[in-house]
Design a protein around this ligand. Structure first.
Ligand code: TMP
Length: 212
């Protein structure tokens, strides 16, 4: 595929959304074609699924329903937006992707990782990011930042043990795919993180171009 697929992952409140926007702005200034998007969501259908999944009123939502809804949002997103953008040569910056389902629904809720992976492979047709930035923030710091932000969504309302499993899950994902997944220390200033991200992404894009 001509384009480049970059994702950001990590615990809630790690600052990845701010960083993705800042990164997108810099890449656009440098003349790259960029599309910034997020999961769950990114499309009209996906945004409806997002409000359903995150709504704390739906206490009765079953775990398998949750897994499938994230995958459904992702299927729509890949086919409607991400794949066409990549085919057109765009840099797609996506706030969360399959790794989030592996970490939250697989490691966090305790569903078999292979099952979550299989469901998501069907949803995405096997599409995987070229590069992923995992924002590393302790459970304690993540919780503090979430609380400072105000009302918690249905997933954020889960307990610290869940958050700890998600954290460990992300670490395992990073360890199993160290070339793709770059760890970003998230407990630093916005500017310091931004500088590192821009430097790494530009180096990655230039190397990709050189070897293509
Ligand atoms: P966001 O806060 O990054 O927009 O993500 C919304 C919430 O959904 C967040 O708590 C992480 C969670 N999530 C999953 O549990 N599984 C997934 O596959 C995705 C994409 C997000």
């Amino acid at each position: 595929m001509k384009g480049t697929f970059i994702t950001v992952e990590g615990p809630d409140g790690a600052g990845k959304t701010t960083q993705l926007q800042l990164l997108g702005d810099v890449l656009k200034e440098k003349g790259y074609n960029v599309m910034t998007t997020r999961e769950p969501g990114g499309t009209r259908v996906g945004n409806e699924i997002r409000s359903l999944i995150l709504n704390p009123d739906f206490e009765e939502m079953k775990e398998m329903t949750e897994i499938l809804l994230y995958a459904a949002s992702r299927a729509q997103h890949v086919e409607e937006l991400i794949r066409p953008a990549l085919e057109a040569g765009t840099i797609v910056l996506c706030d969360r992707f399959v790794d989030a389902s592996l970490a939250y629904q697989g490691y966090g809720l305790g569903h078999p990782i292979d099952l979550v992976r299989q469901i998501n492979d069907s949803a995405t047709g096997g599409l995987a990011p070229d590069r992923t930035y995992l924002f590393d923030l302790t459970v304690k710091d993540s919780k503090k930042r979430m609380m400072d932000r105000g009302a918690l969504d249905r997933i954020e309302q889960r307990d610290d043990a869940f958050r700890a499993r998600v954290y460990d899950g992300f670490q395992q994902i990073a360890a199993s795919d160290p070339e793709r997944v770059q760890i970003v220390q998230a407990n630093r200033s916005i500017e310091a993180i931004h500088q590192d991200l821009v430097e790494d992404v530009i180096t990655y894009l230039e190397e990709k171009e050189r070897f293509s």
